[in-house]
Design a protein around this ligand. Structure first.
Ligand code: PXL
Length: 274
């Protein structure tokens, strides 16, 4: 089983490839990487970070891979720095994903109702095109609202989850929307083969952690690659993410530094292999 993870390297802050590599390796899966950008930290809450766009390296990397005849079982894309990089990922899916392979898109663009630094509506439009190529998309609620053209819920309002999923299904058959808050609960809502609206509920822990979406998505890919059904993969990766958040709420003072997911890997693997 060979996964290609396309994502940035944020040197500090435990997100993107820094999260995906250890989680997939722990699952016993080969994780090859295509770094999209090199940042001194991620962009969530830090100021003054450096950002090196690696687009100009990618053509040469892909040309070399072609000479090796490499093909992937899974392509999983995350943070992409530009519309050009979205196009490159579409081409990678076409050229390097096995016929029976799985394409997972985490449309990393924003959180808490807002787009991250450097993204705009044109980028969202291009991301919709990429989502159309995907087998699974894993937006958080903010990204789901942007992709589905439904306003992000105001304080006290509930998210229009059924509408959001219906609109997302016009892009991709299997949307999985994370981070839907209701009272003391946080849910993942998804459209499956069996029903247009399924919900997996966890207890919410106050505080926003950067990289939680990457922990969830990486574990989801790891579980799928371990032969789990979509439903089981969602449950296992949600439990792992939730346990990591719970631990970090006690251990991490500055939430920008990401989740202490490392010590939860053992339990995740035990559940994965139960
Ligand atoms: O975890 C999402 C993410 C990934 N990569 C970069 C980010 C963020 C979120 O802020 O800034 C560079």
């Amino acid at each position: 089983m060979r996964v290609l993870a396309i994502n940035d390297i944020s040197c500090i802050g435990k997100c993107s490839l820094s999260v995906t590599l250890p989680i997939l390796s722990a699952c016993g899966i080969t994780c090859d990487v295509l770094p999209t950008a090199l940042l001194s930290t991620h962009t969530g809450g830090f100021t003054g970070y450096t950002f090196r766009d690696l687009t100009s390296d990618i053509d040469g990397i892909l040309a070399h891979w072609k000479t090796l005849g490499i093909q992937f079982d899974v392509v999983y894309s995350g943070y992409l720095g530009s519309e050009t990089q979205i196009q490159i990922v579409e081409n990678i899916k076409r050229d390097f994903l096995k016929q029976s392979g799985i394409f997972v898109v985490d449309p990393v663009m924003g959180d808490s109702g807002k787009l991250y630094d450097g993204f705009n509506e044109k980028y969202v439009e291009k991301m919709r095109e990429l989502c159309k190529q995907a087998d699974y998309i894993l937006p958080n609620l903010t990204e789901a609202c942007y992709l589905s053209n439904i306003p992000y819920p105001k304080t006290g309002e509930q998210a229009r989850v059924a509408d959001i999923l219906r609109n997302l299904q016009q892009l991709c058959k299997r949307p999985i929307v994370t981070g839907i808050l209701r009272d003391k609960e946080i849910s993942i809502c998804y459209a499956s083969e069996f029903s247009p609206l399924n919900t997996y509920v966890s207890q919410n822990v106050d505080g926003f952690f950067c990289g939680a979406g990457d922990v969830f998505a990486s574990a989801f890919v790891g579980a799928l690659c371990s032969g789990k059904s979509e439903e089981d993969a969602i449950r296992l990766s949600a439990d792992f993410t939730n346990a990591s958040i719970r631990r970090s709420a006690l251990e991490v003072n500055d939430k920008r530094y990401g989740l202490n997911f490392e010590k939860e890997i053992f339990t995740f693997l035990k559940n994965l292999n139960a």
